[in-house]
Write a protein of this length. Structure first.
Length: 92
């Protein structure tokens, strides 16, 4: 089953990374998957990828950026919920 990710001749590597459940991924997510895949190929195996101080710092920074992005996405939703609750209270 692991060979399902290997593209056939004439197919895009990006399409090979995407399964039916992943078709809605954002472009930056697809790019990140390609970077990881290419890095693992360069080192030959995931166990050969060196875990350096810079690597750990980059992972932490990426996680912080991810959390900030999630908060930014939640703010409009939270504001909309507050508006809806306020409207319910004022109506009755």
């Amino acid at each position: 089953m692991a060979c399902l990710l290997i593209p056939e001749s004439g197919f895009s590597v990006n399409n090979a990374l995407l399964g039916k459940e992943k078709l809605a991924l954002a472009e930056n997510t697809i790019v990140a998957q390609r970077v990881v895949k290419d890095c693992v190929q360069i080192f030959g195996s995931i166990t050969n990828v060196p875990i350096t101080k810079d690597f750990i710092t980059a992972a932490r920074r990426a996680y912080v950026e991810y959390c900030v992005q999630l908060d930014e996405q939640k703010r409009p939703q939270a504001a909309e919920l507050q508006r809806a609750e306020l409207e319910k209270k004022t109506r009755g």
